[in-house]
Write a protein that binds this ligand. Structure first.
Ligand code: GSH
Length: 207
């Protein structure tokens, strides 16, 4: 059976758990990462040299990097459901998945570590403010896109881009800062909340 290594509180592990739930895919999950089993061991690094979660094991196939994992699972087990095969539809999904992993992730990091994790290494208020400004600007980009589709990130249908960005939107609302009004993002958050798997793995009180 598919094994998911990583703690349930990690935003990147939650992408994998949510995708499995959307695909009705049976799996076993083990808590790895800070606060649980340490990933800083030769045995874990043999699975992922970055010592990060999530990692999956599917038979003898081991894979790390959350967005690559969800693509693999949808490709192998999802048919056309979450990751369309048609070239342009797939490219649109990839565009938003890559944007989440690169630009959006990079923008929020300092503000999130400052306001939520209260990290000693992220105490500088000016850096937190700059990060929040960058994060808000990208959330406005997402808001414009969602106002355009009136539904999901890649278009009218729910898919993998929503797994990555739904969790990002949840993090945005769960971060205790003043949120500029982004009506399409707010409506999207409510739309996603109609999905039982999002309520379990996404909007579950964790940032
Ligand atoms: N780009 C990686 C990032 C993975 C990552 O940063 N994972 C964090 C948890 S969200 C982690 O493993 N932190 C170290 C730990 O918890 O021990 C991915 O998307 O999978």
């Amino acid at each position: 059976m598919l094994e998911v290594l990583g703690k349930r509180s990690s935003i990147n592990v939650r992408k994998v758990l949510w995708t499995c739930a959307e695909l009705d895919l049976p799996f076993v999950q083990e808590d790895w990462g800070s606060g649980f089993r340490s990933t800083d061991s030769d045995a874990f690094r043999a699975l992922n040299p970055n010592a990060l979660v999530p990692v999956i094991r599917d038979g003898d196939f081991v894979l790390w990097e959350s967005n690559s994992i969800v693509r693999y699972l949808a490709n192998r087990y999802g048919g056309d459901a979450l990751y369309p095969r048609e070239a342009r539809a797939r490219a649109r999904t990839d565009q938003w998945l890559d944007w989440q992993a690169s630009d959006l992730n990079g923008a929020w990091r300092y503000a999130f570590m400052h306001h939520v994790r209260r990290s000693p290494a992220h105490r500088d208020p000016a850096s937190a403010e700059a990060s929040l400004r960058a994060w808000s600007a990208l959330m406005a980009v997402l808001d414009a896109r969602l106002a355009d589709t009136g539904a999901f990130v890649a278009g009218p249908d729910f898919g993998l881009a929503d797994v990555a960005l739904g969790l990002s939107v949840n993090r945005w609302f769960e971060t205790p800062v003043a949120h500029p009004p982004l009506p399409a993002v707010r409506a999207y958050y409510e739309r996603l909340s109609e999905r039982p798997a999002f309520r379990v793995h996404g909007r579950n009180g964790l940032p």
